[in-house]
Design a protein around this ligand. Structure first.
Ligand SMILES: [Zn+2]
Length: 265
């Protein structure tokens, strides 16, 4: 009897392995805090309003109920995102319930960074224009004023050729490239992507939006300053002190940006 049961079990296991889907459907971590969804929708609209994203680019946030899940919209222009468009993903960037909707090709940016940076709670990927020249030249992006002090003095540049060769479409279209990008980001707040854009990491939606915006502003101001001659950059100590001060002030511009971006609905 026992042997029969064992055989039946083995047979069932064999069958289930044979019919198992290639990608297991992840389970939901449950409903996130509604405030998190609201902030994510607002973050999408604010980034579009500030010109950090256009038809392209995305923002995600780590799920408040499970660090192994994150939330991000389906593939669409950020300015059009509504609460219903927000999907839950596991850290392999598989949607918990995609309902057949199109997903961002570059969602692996988010999942792979969340895997290796437990301190990161929100991520922005954009192609904001002023940053691009710093991704393709030898001039390093460096903080020229206190608002961009979070950049630190050694902003890395991700070279996709190192992982995808010289014939890629430049997109972070699979987990392997995403993991290489996360490695390039290392412990920094921003990583530039050569010939493509940048990724900004933060501890909250308002903070990551603040950082993505002021990274873009810094790039614009730094390029202007370079035209005038020798530039004086923040020291490591100034950058650290100013970043600490600014982190406590993120709510002020957030409320302003939120009101402006949501008023244009
Ligand atoms: Zn991109």
């Amino acid at each position: 009897m026992r042997l029969f049961a064992l055989l039946a079990l083995l047979l069932a296991a064999g069958l289930s392995i044979a019919s198992a889907p290639v990608v297991a459907q992840p389970k939901s971590a449950g409903a996130p805090d509604p405030k998190l969804i609201e902030d994510l929708v607002v973050g999408n609209h604010v980034l579009a309003d500030l010109g950090v994203v256009d038809g392209f680019g995305h923002i995600s946030v780590r799920h408040d109920k499970d660090p192994n899940r994150y939330l991000m919209s389906r593939s669409m222009a950020p300015a059009l995102v509504k609460a219903d468009d927000v999907l839950e993903y596991d850290l392999d960037s598989v949607a918990v319930d995609g309902k057949g909707r199109a997903l961002f090709l570059e969602r692996f940016i988010h999942g792979e960074i969340y895997k290796v940076r437990p301190d990161v709670k929100a991520i922005v990927h954009s192609h904001s224009p002023s940053i691009i020249p710093f991704s393709v030249s030898k001039t390093k992006l460096q903080p020229v004023y206190h608002m961009s002090s979070f950049l630190g003095l050694d902003v890395p540049v991700f070279e996709i050729r190192d992982v995808a060769g010289t014939g890629s479409n430049l997109l972070v279209g699979n987990p392997e490239i995403g993991a290489a990008l996360a490695k390039a980001l290392a412990g920094n707040t921003v990583v530039l992507m050569r010939g493509h854009g940048s990724v900004t990491a933060g501890t909250s939606i308002p903070q990551v939006v603040f950082r993505a915006y002021y990274a873009e502003m810094n790039a614009r101001l730094q390029a202007e300053a370079i035209k005038l001659g020798t530039v004086t950059y923040l020291t490591q100590e100034e950058a650290a002190a100013a970043a600490k001060t600014n982190d406590a002030l993120v709510a002020r511009p957030w409320e302003l940006w939120k009101r402006k971006a949501m008023k244009t609905e």
